[in-house]
Design a binder for this molecule. Sequence first.
Ligand code: PML
Length: 248
Amino acid sequence: MWNVRIRASRKTCVSNLHISGAEGLYDTRELPQTVTAYVRRVLGHSRGLPDTINITIESMEQGPVSVPLLNVKTIRCSSPDRAHKIISEILTDMDITQRAISAASRVLTSTNVMRGASLITARTGLRIEPDKKRGVRVSRLGIKRAERRKLALSLSRLRINTETVQEALLLASKAASCQGILAEVCISDDPDYTTGYIAGRDIGYVRIPNIKSRCDMHGGRVFFIREEADPDPIINYLEREPVLLCNG
Ligand code: PML
């Protein structure tokens, strides 16, 4: 199988603005149409036209493992304060300490948004990702076309069948299947996107509306990891091991 990744960006006077990205795992015969579809997608993005498009097509040495998608639910939440309380309660029930929750909160409310995720130890609340600026990227994941269609159907029934939800659910499902990870919390850095989520093997993918206020520039992704876990295999799994998601 092949991992296809695309990233589109545009230089501005202050930074290199990320416009959009996508990735998936594909058979050889699917490559030409996939690349065309990805390029079309980044050219049609609401953030405007990119001035650079990077495409990586990488052959996977190892076959993918199959991982079930998490169950999705959306809870009622009317404000960021309420969201913080809900998230704290869920994490506390998982024996994640207040210290770790506060460390996560600092990452998620920083406007210095990391490209990848922070890894936070569940008891001592230490950030153990090797590169604090880049974070850890969840990559080498995909879904077969028939499974994508089934997913689209079930999300349509919930009226949330968007690319954003699909991509976030795929990523969260791969991460939740990693042995050392207890939970994930994610807030989009898009100032117009105010729904975030908390996810984990036992709780599923729990969407939280109003996790931030409109126009807030902060966001990010954190993984709470078992205190005693070795970070290297976790990072290797998240970043490098191919995973195909399927409907459970
Ligand atoms: C959803 O609505 O379920 C997706 C929430 C998080 C999106 C994070 C992102 O920007 O990738």
